[in-house]
Design a protein around this ligand. Structure first.
Ligand SMILES: Cc1cc2nc3c(=O)[nH]c(=O)nc-3n(C[C@H](O)[C@H](O)[C@H](O)COP(=O)(O)OP(=O)(O)OC[C@H]3O[C@@H](n4cnc5c(N)ncnc54)[C@H](O)[C@@H]3O)c2cc1C
Length: 421
C-alpha cells in the first residue's frame, strides 16, 4: 500500500541488500534513488554461493570452535586463513567474535536470525516476479554431505539450533545419497537435505534484474560515493557524496563491508569487519550437482550456476585493501574434485574463473538493522555476513517499515546498532 506521504529516500549501496531495500521502499510509494560507488551488484553480491538458505540460523562463532582454529590455520586446504600482518587490526573483532560464541548466546542469535532468513523466499518472490526473474531462482533445497557417518553428530549443536527453530530435515545414508546426487564421491556416506532452501543460479544477474525493475518503476541510480550526512536539528537534510550533496528525507546505509565509516560519521562505532571469501568456477563442467551441495566438513558449497559450476567458501581475515590470494580459490578446485570425481584432472585457464568478495561481518553473526543514534532518518541495514543474499529480502521489508515508523514485521531488537556501545 503506498505511503500517504511518500518520502525522498536515498539507498547507499546497490548490492542485494540495497536493491531489496530500494524495491520495497518504492513499493510503499516513496521516491527512491540508489547511490553506488562502483558497479551495481559487483560487491559481495556478485560471486557468492547463491543460496537462499532459510535454515541459515547457525552463527559463525560457535562453542568450542576455537579448538579447531589452529588446525584450520595451518592446513593449506583449511577453510580459514589469517594474514598475520592484519592480526593487530582484527584482534579486537576476534575477541568479540570469540565472546559471541557461548552456548547461551548462539541459541539467542539463532532465534533472532530465523525470522530474518526463514521467510527469505516469501519476501523475495514478489520482487522476482515483478522483475520477471523467475528463471534465476530455484527451490530445490540445500544438501549437506559428510564423509563420516558421525559427521552430523560432530555438528550436533548446529543441527539442534536449526531444528529448534523449526527447520525440517531429511537424512540420507550412502545409498540414498548416491541416488539423490549420483555425481558425488563415494566416500560421502551421510547427507542431510533441507528442502525449504532455495538458490539463485546467477547472483549478479538477479541483482541486475531487480535493479532493472526498480529503474523501470521510476527509481534512479546515481553513480556516486556517499561519505556523510548533512543534518539540521537532528533531521536528515542531504546525503554528502563525491558529486555533491543530494537532498533526502531518509537514507539507508546498505554499503556492505564499506558501511563502517558512514556509521562513524553519525557517532556509531560498529565493529564491522570483512570475512573475505573466494569462488572458483568451471565453465562447461563434466559433472554438476543438481542441488547446491555443502561439504559440511570442508566448509564450501558447490552450486550449479547458469554459467557453470561454482565452488564458493573459505574465510580469510585480511581487510578491505589487501590483494586477493588466489591460492585460496584454487584450493576450492582441489576440494571440489574430491567432492565430484567426475571433474577433469586439468583445466585450461580459459575454463576457470576466480573471484574474491568481502562479506560484511559483525562478530555476533547478526546484521545491524535500525536507526542511527544521531537521527531516525538514517537507517542502517548492513553486516549480513555469510547470509546476506538470504536475509536481504526481509531486510528490505524491515527498512520500509522503519522509514514510515511502522512497527517492523519481526523483532529487530537483536539487530540494534547500539548493542556494541
Ligand atoms: C564466497 C562467498 C559466498 C557466499 N555465499 C552466500 C550464500 O550462498 N548465501 C547468502 O545468503 N550469502 C552468501 N554470502 C554473503 C553475501 O554475499 C553477502 O552477505 C551479501 O552479498 C552482502 O550484500 P550487501 O548488499 O550488503 O553488500 P554488497 O553486495 O557488497 O554491496 C555493497 C555495495 O555498496 C557499494 N558501496 C560501498 N560503499 C559505498 C559508498 N560509500 N557509497 C556508495 N556505494 C557504496 C559497493 O560498491 C557495493 O556495490 C557469501 C559471501 C561470499 C564472499
Amino acid at each position: 500500500m503506498p505511503a500517504s506521504s511518500g518520502k525522498k529516500v536515498g539507498v547507499i549501496g546497490a548490492g542485494m541488500v540495497g536493491v531489496c531495500a530500494a524495491s520495497y521502499l518504492q513499493r510503499q510509494g516513496h521516491e527512491v534513488f540508489m547511490l553506488e560507488a562502483g558497479k551495481p551488484g559487483h560487491g559481495a553480491s556478485f560471486g557468492n554461493a547463491g543460496a537462499f538458505n532459510a535454515s541459515s540460523v547457525t552463527p559463525v562463532s560457535m562453542p568450542g570452535m576455537m579448538w579447531n582454529v589452529p588446525r584450520w590455520l595451518f592446513d593449506p586446504l583449511g577453510p580459514l586463513s589469517l594474514r598475520w600482518r592484519y592480526l593487530p587490526v582484527v584482534a579486537p573483532w576476534l575477541i568479540r567474535f570469540i565472546r559471541a560464541g557461548t552456548l547461551e548466546k548462539v541459541h539467542a542469535q539463532a532465534r533472532a536470525l530465523r525470522p530474518l532468513v526463514g521467510a527469505t523466499l516469501d519476501a523475495l518472490m514478489p520482487l522476482v516476479r515483478d522483475a520477471g526473474a523467475e528463471d534465476l531462482v530455484h527451490c530445490l533445497g540445500h544438501l549437506y554431505v559428510y564423509r563420516s557417518p558421525h559427521g552430523p553428530q560432530k555438528e550436533r549443536l548446529a543441527w539442534e539450533l536449526r531444528q529448534e527453530n523449526g527447520v525440517q530435515i531429511d537424512e540420507f545414508d550412502a545409498d540414498e545419497l548416491r541416488q539423490l546426487e549420483p555425481t558425488l564421491a563415494r566416500d560421502f556416506v551421510r547427507g542431510i537435505l533441507v528442502r525449504e532452501n532455495g538458490h539463485t543460479s546467477n547472483p549478479l544477474g538477479l541483482v541486475e534484474r531487480l535493479l532493472g525493475q526498480f529503474l523501470r518503476s521510476g527509481g534512479e541510480l546515481v553513480r556516486a560515493r556517499a561519505f556523510g550526512f548533512d543534518l539540521a536539528d537532528g533531521r536528515l537534510a542531504a546525503i554528502r557524496t563525491d558529486t555533491g550533496d543530494l537532498p533526502a528525507d531518509a537514507a539507508i546505509v546498505c554499503a556492505g563491508a564499506w558501511s563502517r565509516p558512514l556509521a562513524a560519521t553519525l557517532g556509531d562505532r560498529i565493529p564491522l569487519e570483512t570475512e573475505r571469501g573466494y569462488h572458483l568456477m568451471i565453465c562447461d563442467p563434466e559433472v554438476m550437482p543438481r542441488i547446491p551441495t555443502a561439504d559440511a566438513e570442508g566448509k564450501f558449497v558447490a552450486t550449479p550456476m547458469e554459467s557453470g559450476l561454482r565452488f564458493a567458501g573459505t574465510v580469510e581475515l585480511a581487510g578491505l585493501t589487501a590483494p586477493p590470494d588466489w591460492r585460496r580459490a584454487r584450493i576450492l578446485l582441489d576440494q571440489g574434485r574430491r567432492m565430484l570425481p567426475g571433474l577433469a584432472a586439468h583445466y585450461t585457464e580459459d575454463r576457470i574463473s576466480m573471484w574474491m568478495g568481502h562479506r560484511p561481518s559483525l562478530p555476533d553473526s547478526l546484521p545491524v538493522i535500525g536507526p542511527s543514534r544521531a537521527t531516525p532518518d538514517v537507517i542502517y541495514a548492513f553486516g549480513h555476513g555469510h547470509v546476506g543474499m538470504t536475509a536481504a529480502p526481509m531486510t528490505g521489508k524491515l527498512v520500509a517499515d522503519l522509514v514510515v515508523g511502522r512497527p517492523p514485521a519481526i523483532d529487530i531488537t537483536p539487530f540494534a546498532p547500539a548493542r556494541f556501545a
